[in-house]
Design a protein around this ligand. Structure first.
Ligand code: PEP
Ligand code: MG
Length: 640
């Protein structure tokens, strides 16, 4: 036992061999004269910096100046320790009667920025190789670098906790309706959109909000998926919130928040915070690019993105996406005048009426695809035909139904009747996915035409396009064959009309257990498989992806499930379906291209699983692309 509190020739301190906040190569630490170890961290006395180069003002008395000899010895030792452990060290020391004693050394905790800088600089200094450098950064940590965070010095009054659905930090005024969010933002306000849950009609408001907060829904709920795609901070499934749309209030633990009140969200931790908290924007340094290029040199998996706008596609491409793995076309159906045409189609009594409405949508869809193909030139773009049940495109609140009736020149009763007729007890197991295309082939036709017209146009402008048309939610080979025939007939016709030849693929999502079980049959019709692990998880577990948040928290607390299966792929169960489908598919087509486009495509542990079962690519939201690139490289190193 040595003592640092035996007089003024004694001291104790902690130090890092490099700056744990920035990674800068400088010896950095604090000490106290005549003190015990805990005094430094207890905050009772203010510790002083160990050396002159790190002090913030000249009045600070450094160890270097008051005890130069032990200080110099400490410098020699810290260098030796770092050279031995080949990593940044967190050390504790005591000086007893002028003599230095080392108490402890361990690899130091660090911020993401520091982890990246230290890894790259240690490689450049010849201490570690590139593979070790790539393993030194936790992929999930990169989130800290890609999104804004709260100023670490700011005070935070946490009022409740939900699911950390989309990372980042956001601060803004509460609004309860998506259209109001748009109006407020137009007036220059920062807003947080607070909803019981979101639906596709809220896209406009979600797009402009700084953050999104919902009372219901899990990690793959609409709010969570869309927010991650947009890179917008989101806290979902916050069960403690009582939201009253009429009164425009949100109540938590007895405290009432009104429209216009400031709140802040920490989407990385799932925190809801009272009031305004300062945020700091992310900065990507050169070291980040260096580390990512090393990861790219190692990984085997391709990394694509889930994106449905030219803007998001560009963001993802800048983050290193090598194509689009999922373009959800329904998101495009809500913007501007399109929703009117969509509703006209839904209300139509016969095929002729539907075709009439679809003809109005065609130019919009063509422009959408044109923009996306252009942003992703030379890279594959997987476009999925319409997936959600049609009732999602109709308003459910009377006020909006009234508005729709007026706009369409029909009675409120007619709107209500249509909404009623589309009601399903289990919409996620209902009339959606390829089932829509089977019953209304004209929808698939319109989408296939829009895709190919855009592709031919770009090809004739000299832009290289690689369209991959994907049929969702198939459970049988016959469903895929049916939709594939519709697609092929249209796209061949368009190419003939335009006199342009475009190579394309027609594949399918594997997101129903039966499709996985019969993958050898399905593969006969498919150019590629993309695993929709959100639905596959939902259907394998029998947990509704929109409601499971209610009990999964308790499952976690009680240790019933090791992880939220909607975040990290359940390798034991759902993973078996994936692995089996890859094997069965490739038994028929050895080169069958396989990927994943469920939310798991951006989860590091799930990415490693995808590498191990031999998928060709993972696809994730734009802001998770760097995370997936790093995780894919680590999967190679770990499984050598
Ligand atoms: C999925 O089910 O995994 C998927 C990607 O499709 P969506 O989330 O749109 O249902
Ligand atoms: Mg799905």
């Amino acid at each position: 036992m040595v003592y640092g509190n035996m007089g003024d020739d004694c001291a104790t301190g902690v130090a890092f061999t490099r700056d744990p906040a920035t990674g800068e190569k400088k010896f950095y630490g604090e000490y106290l004269i005549n003190a015990q170890g805990e005094d430094v961290v207890a905050g009772v006395r203010t510790p002083q910096p160990v050396n002159n180069s790190t002090r913030s003002d000249a009045s600070q008395i450094t160890l270097e100046s008051v005890m130069p000899e032990p200080y110099n010895e400490l410098v020699t030792i810290y260098k030796k320790l770092e050279d031995h452990y080949l990593d940044m060290q967190d050390i504790e020391f005591t000086i007893q009667k002028g003599r230095l004693w080392m108490l402890q050394t361990r690899n130091g905790k660090r911020t993401a920025a520091a982890a990246v800088r230290i890894a790259v600089e240690m490689e450049e200094e010849g201490m570690i190789d590139k593979e070790t450098a790539v393993m030194r950064v936790e992929p999930d940590q990169l989130d800290q670098l890609l999104h804004p965070t709260f100023d670490p010095k700011a005070e935070k009054k946490v009022v409740t906790k939900g699911l950390p659905a989309s990372p980042g930090a956001a601060t803004g005024k509460i609004v309860f309706h998506a259209d109001e969010a748009e109006e407020w933002v137009e007036k220059g306000e920062d807003v947080i959109l607070v909803r019981i849950e979101t639906s596709p009609e809220d896209i406009g408001g979600m797009n402009v909000a700084k953050g999104i907060l919902t009372a219901r829904g899990g990690m793959t709920s609409h709010a969570a998926v869309v927010a991650r795609g947009m890179g917008t901070c989101c806290v979902a499934g916050c069960g403690d919130l009582k939201i009253d749309y009429k009164e425009k209030t949100m109540t938590v633990d007895g405290k009432i928040f009104n429209e216009g009140d400031w709140i802040s969200l920490d989407g990385s931790e799932g925190l809801v915070i009272d009031g305004k908290v300062a945020t700091v924007t992310a900065e990507l340094s050169g070291n980040f690019g260096t580390l990512m290029s090393w990861a790219d040199g190692i990984r085997r998996l391709n990394v694509r993105t889930n994106s449905d706008t030219p803007h998001d596609s560009k963001v993802a491409r800048d983050f290193g996406a090598e194509g689009i793995g999922l373009c959800r076309t329904e998101h495009m159906f809500f913007e501007g005048d399109r929703i009117k045409a969509v509703r006209e189609m839904i209300l139509a009594d016969d095929e002729a009426g539907r075709r009439n409405a679809l003809a109005k949508l065609l130019p919009y869809q063509r422009d959408d695809f044109y923009g996306i193909f252009k942003a992703m030139h030379d890279l594959p773009v997987t476009i999925r035909t319409l997936d959600p049940p049609l009732h999602e495109f109709l308003p459910h609140e009377e006020e909006n139904q009234q508005e729709m009736a007026k706009e369409m020149g029909i009675s409120l009763a007619e709107v209500k009747e249509k909404v009623e007729s589309l009601h399903e007890f289990n919409p996620m197991l209902g009339h959606r996915g390829c089932r829509l295309g089977v019953t209304y082939p004209e929808i698939t036709e319109m989408q296939a035409r829009a895709i190919m017209e855009a592709a031919c146009q770009l090809k004739s402008e000299g832009v290289n396009v690689l369209p991959e048309i994907m049929i969702p939610l198939i459970g049988t080979k016959a469903e895929l064959a049916n939709q594939k025939a519709v697609v092929i007939e249209v796209v061949e016709k368009v190419q003939e009309e335009k006199g342009v030849k475009v190579d394309y693929l027609v594949g399918t999502m594997i997101e129903i257990p039966r499709a996985a079980l019969t993958a050898n049959e399905v593969a006969e019709e498919a150019d590629f498989f993309s695993f929709g692990t959100n639905d596959l998880t939902q259907m394998a577990f029998g947990y509704s992806r929109d409601d499971a948040g209610k009990f999964l928290k308790e499952y976690d607390e009680k240790g019933i499930l090791p992880d939220d299966p909607f975040q990290t792929l359940d390798q034991t169960g759902v993973g078996q379906l994936v692995e089996m489908a890859v094997k069965k598919g490739r038994s028929v087509k050895p080169d069958l291209k396989t990927g994943i486009c469920g939310e798991h495509g951006g989860d590091p542990r799930s990415v490693e699983f995808c590498h191990n079962v031999g998928l060709n690519y993972v696809s994730c939201s734009p802001y998770r692309v760097p995370i997936a690139r790093l995780a894919a490289a680590q999967a190679v190193i770990k499984n050598k």
